[in-house]
Write a protein that binds this ligand. Sequence first.
Ligand code: GCU
Length: 328
Amino acid sequence: MRTLSFSRLAKSLLLVAGLGVSFVSQAATEIKVAFNQSDKHPQYQALTALSEKLEQQTEGRYKLNIYPNELLGAQRAALELVQNGAIQMAIVANPLVENYNKDFIVIGLPYIYDSLEHQQKVFTSGILDDLFAATGRYGFDVLGAYTAGSRSIYTKGSAVNNLEEMKGKKIRVIQSETMRKMLSCMGGIGVPMNQGEVYTAIQQGVLDGAENNEITYADLKQYEVAPYFSRTKHLMVPDLIVTSSYFIASMPKQDQEVLKRLVKESIDHQFDLWRTQVQQAEELAKANNATFVEVDITPFQQSCSKLQQDLITSPVQKALYEKVIELQ
Ligand code: GCU
C-alpha cells in the first residue's frame, strides 16, 4: 500500500479545510418563501430585489428562494408550515392572520383606506409595529405589509351595480369571518375558498363570481370565467410578510436586523411596482373581453359602516382604528 508523505498529507488536509471554509462562506442559507401568485406579480418582484440585498448585506449568509403559484401550498397551509418551521417565510393575506389575533381585523376592514397613498402611509409610518409584534406566541412574526390594491366584485353573466343585484350571488372570499360578513353587508353570500380553486368553481357554476384586485384577476386569467368587473373597491386587504419565529430567532442578531430592515425598505418599492402594473393588468383583461363597470359605492359604504362598528370592540382595536383614520 502506498503511504502519503507527510507534506502531501498536510497539503491534502489544507486543501480539504480550505474548500470547507470557502464552501461555508459561500453557501447562503436558503429562506423558502411561499407565494400564491405568479413570478410576474409585484410582490414577487419586490421580494426578488430584497433577496439580492439580503445576500449582499449578510455577506452571502442568507437569500430568499421564492416559490410562486402555491407550489408550497395555498396561503392557509403555508402559514401553518411557517408556524412549525417547515418553511421560513410566506406572504399571506391579512384575514388569515386575523384568525389568530382579532386586532388584525382593523387593518383589513371594508372601506378603511381612502386611497393607495393612505394605505402606504399606514404601512410605512410605524403605527403597526405593536400589532405586528403580537403574533410571536403563535410561532410566526409579521415583518411588514405589502399592498394588494383595492378589491372589487367580478361575476359571470352580468355586472353588479348595486346591493339589489348582489342578492343571492355566491362570491368567493378569503377564509375569515370578517370576509364572510363583509359579503353579507354588500348584499351577497360569501363562500370561503382557497385562491387556487376559484377559477374552476366559477367555471362550474359553484360560484357566481369572486372579489379581488385587477392584478390577481388578470394574472390568474379569471376574466375568462367572470368577465364583468364591477368596481366596488370595497376592500384593501394588506398582504403580510410572515416569518417563522423559530427561524428568525436562529439567525445571528445582526442578520435578523438586516432582514427586518430590508423588508421595511421594500414596502415603498412594492407600492411603486403595484402602481405601474395595475393599469397593465386592466388593459390585459380588457383585451381578453373583460368589461369594467363603474359603480356608485356610496350604498355599499353605508351598508358596511355598521360592520365596521360591530367588529371594532376592544380598546386596542379602537385605538388602532383611530391611528389609521388619522393618516387619511
Ligand atoms: C390577493 C392577495 C392574496 C390573496 C388573494 C386571495 O391576490 O394579494 O394575498 O391570497 O387575493 O383572494 O386569496
